[in-house]
Ligand binder design. Structure first.
Ligand code: SAM
Length: 319
């Protein structure tokens, strides 16, 4: 065995038919899909042993210790950076007066902090759960060391490329972030919603005129992509570092439930406003209605429409 991940992710199928370029893309279907009303029903039916769809303003390590074992379906965690960072740094095109104070930085050693919160995850994750941990490059070593200690398995190391970062004068402007896709067991849930999902994601940071926020806000689209790949509608998403409530907004907008922790109480009205501004299921679009460019191109080549099967007869003309 070359890599322990091979074991978990190795495809079991052996190709029996001749390879036809683009045929697999033309025939692509997500592993699972739901109509809007099915997704809404899944959300309504879901039951949990504690109250969900809320943010608790407390330390996440203490908070996670109070959660029952195997109770969350997915974790999204964007921890404080452990840098000399106040949350009010100048970012290109940003009006600092709209940036909220009170971002809580890590006190003490970042490696120890990372171990303390990451090692809480395996107990509260189900066998099918995944965890998505966000990190800048400066403290990535500490985060990876903590992941190794936790016993979670790293499935993918994703690069998020965004369009602008903190202005610099004598070095390059950082415009990427690391996302670790981690699982607890080989039974992890993965909905292959794209034919060819790459591990570099180009997603712009959001900028809305007049929006008040703590300057660390992630784009909703980024969290929704994680949610889409590793949860079903009705699942519970935990975010230990809620910040502006982005994960809560993404979860509510896609018929998922959420639970979050945040130390900074001054963010409460921002989070409430953000979560209140989105309707349940507002962003939800069945996967069949949003094929990626590769799939669309392949379907044009084989002259098949949305959801239509390629007949044996027609396929024979290509093989
Ligand atoms: C990088 S920000 C998260 C930003 C968030 N992803 C968003 O899109 O808005 C980290 C957040 O964690 C909070 N925080 C720091 N230490 C914490 C702790 N021990 N427990 C809970 N929240 C904490 C900070 O106040 C900050 O809001």
């Amino acid at each position: 065995m070359t890599d322990s991940n091979d074991d978990i992710t190795k495809p079991k199928r052996i190709r029996k038919t001749r390879y036809v370029p683009n045929l697999a893309a033309a025939q692509f279907k997500p592993t699972e899909d739901w109509t809007v009303s099915e997704a809404g029903n899944e959300h309504r039916k879901a039951r949990f042993p504690f109250k969900v769809d809320r943010i608790l303003y407390e330390d996440c390590i203490e908070g996670m210790r109070k959660l029952p074992s195997e109770s969350v379906d997915m974790v999204v965690a964007d921890p404080p950076f452990g840098l000399d960072f106040t949350g009010k740094e100048s970012i290109y095109n940003r009006d600092y007066r709209l940036v909220r104070d009170g971002y809580k930085e890590v006190q003490g050693d970042y490696q120890q902090f990372s171990e303390r919160w990451i090692c809480e995850l395996p107990r509260i994750m189900k066998k099918t759960s995944s965890a998505w941990i966000f990190s800048g490059w400066t403290n990535l070593g500490d985060v990876l060391n903590a992941v190794r200690k936790s016993g979670l398995t790293l499935i993918n190391h994703i690069i998020w490329k965004y369009q602008f970062g903190v202005f610099t004068t004598k070095k390059f402007v950082t415009s990427h972030y690391h996302i670790l896709f981690l699982v607890k067991s080989r039974e992890y849930y993965f909905n292959k919603i794209m034919h060819y999902p790459l591990d570099v994601w180009e997603i712009n940071r959001t900028y809305r005129v007049g929006e008040q926020k703590n300057s660390t806000k992630l784009p909703e689209e980024l969290i929704i992509r994680c949610i889409d790949f590793t949860t079903r509608p009705g699942h519970l998403v935990l975010d230990p570092f809620m910040g502006n409530g982005t994960t809560a907004v993404a979860a509510k907008g896609t018929f998922r439930h959420y639970l979050g922790f945040e130390l900074n109480k001054t963010m409460r009205d921002v989070i409430d406003a953000n979560v209140g501004s989105v309707r349940l299921g507002q962003f939800y679009i069945p996967y069949v209605e949003r094929p990626d460019e590769l799939v669309l191109r392949a379907r044009r080549r084989f002259r098949i429409g949305n959801g239509e099967e390629l007949s044996q007869q027609r396929m024979a003309t290509w093989i």
